[in-house]
Design a binder for this molecule. Structure first.
Ligand SMILES: NC(=O)c1ccc[n+]([C@@H]2O[C@H](COP(=O)([O-])OP(=O)(O)OC[C@H]3O[C@@H](n4cnc5c(N)ncnc54)[C@H](OP(=O)(O)O)[C@@H]3O)[C@@H](O)[C@H]2O)c1
Length: 303
């Protein structure tokens, strides 16, 4: 897998996807960022140096991402835009139209990375039709790379059996308390880049009992103190040094900047292994096998 070891201080590392497209390894996520807070938050992220934004049709804030990009004065080509098709828009024609909706809300002609937000295990026929639509969007020059999210190894196998393009990315829950080594291995075996969602364990912050917040984990805090960095910075460095893309979310300007300030230190092999060993095997997000249209379907509005 690609590695950022040895890169020079403050250089934004890029990862090369399996179709040659380059992705800034560290991106900025906007899940649960309310639409009215999205413009200032994304502006702060672009100001801090992020050049990769991860949104989704289901987040309801693609328009804010597009507005922030225009206000930033940056060239469209200088910012890598990633978004996701929601399950309610799966099907060949519906997914082609989902591109139109997302592109119009973002205010762009081309989307850099368009991914399926979830597999629909009980309607895998629809999942495959949706993915075939993504393949045609690449052929049309409307999308530069395509991928998936929350696909477990058997979902990947089923997809690869029926389609021609290996996904460039599988965006899955990965943080020190839930590492999904089987998914990481399946991605690597197939030449798919793993992109970590909830990379600093945001989904663990609201738990009761043991292993609540990764930010307070004694092992991570000790490593952070050793390097004069924060727990969040250590977790992001762990992803980057292991060759993953990571997309931390924050609406707080000083944290947005803190999460980008991770290019001037390096974790040792022993520190990486100590973080690996924190895996609890407990998932924070929905069980991918249980995602159905009945339980999770909802209308994605027109632009
Ligand atoms: N594909 C999927 O199904 C899926 C699911 C979930 C997430 N995602 C993607 O992954 C992105 C990140 O995931 P996430 O939002 O769940 O989790 P996260 O990035 O691991 O954590 C976000 C939480 O951490 C806080 N935070 C951020 N930086 C911090 C720092 N330096 N110190 C202390 N607290 C900090 C944020 O608070 P404030 O905002 O208040 O600062 C927020 O509560 C999302 O925005 C989205 O793009 C994808």
């Amino acid at each position: 897998m690609p590695s950022v070891e040895g890169m020079t201080t403050h250089e934004i590392p890029f990862l090369t996807l399996n179709n040659g497209v380059e992705l800034p390894a560290l991106g900025y996520g906007v899940f649960q960022t309310p639409p009215d807070e999205t413009v200032p938050a994304v502006e702060a992220a672009l100001e801090a140096g992020y050049r990769h934004i991860d949104t989704a049709a289901a987040y309801g804030n693609e328009a804010g991402v597009g507005e922030a990009l225009r206000r930033s004065g940056l060239d469209r080509d200088d910012v890598f835009l990633e978004t996701k098709v929601w399950i309610s828009d799966y099907g060949f024609d519906a997914t082609r139209h989902a591109f139109d909706k997302s592109a119009a809300k973002l205010g762009v002609e081309t989307i850099d990375l368009l991914i399926l937000h979830q597999a629909l295990p009980s309607r895998f026929d629809l999942t495959i039709e949706a993915y075939r639509a993504l393949e045609t969007l690449v052929a049309d020059g409307k999308v530069r790379a395509i991928g998936v999210s929350n696909f477990m190894p058997d979902h990947l196998d089923r997809l690869l059996e029926s389609t021609a393009t290996v996904p460039a990315v599988n965006q899955v829950e990965v943080h020190p308390y839930f590492r999904q080594p089987d998914v990481l291995a399946a991605n690597e075996r197939n030449g798919i880049l793993t992109q970590a969602w909830s990379p600093i364990g945001g989904i663990t912050f609201y738990r009761d009992g043991e292993h609540t917040s990764t930010l307070k984990d004694p092992t991570i805090v000790a490593i952070a103190e050793e390097h004069g960095k924060s727990a969040a910075q250590v977790m992001l460095r762990w992803h980057l040094q292991q060759g993953r893309s990571a997309i931390p979310k924050s609406v707080t300007p000083h944290r947005i900047a803190e999460n980008f300030d991770v290019f001037d230190f390096e974790l040792t092999v022993a520190e990486l292994a100590a973080i690996d060993a924190l895996d609890t095997g407990v998932r924070g997000g929905p069980e991918p096998e249980d995602v159905t249209l009945e339980s999770f379907g909802r209308d994605i509005p027109e632009a």
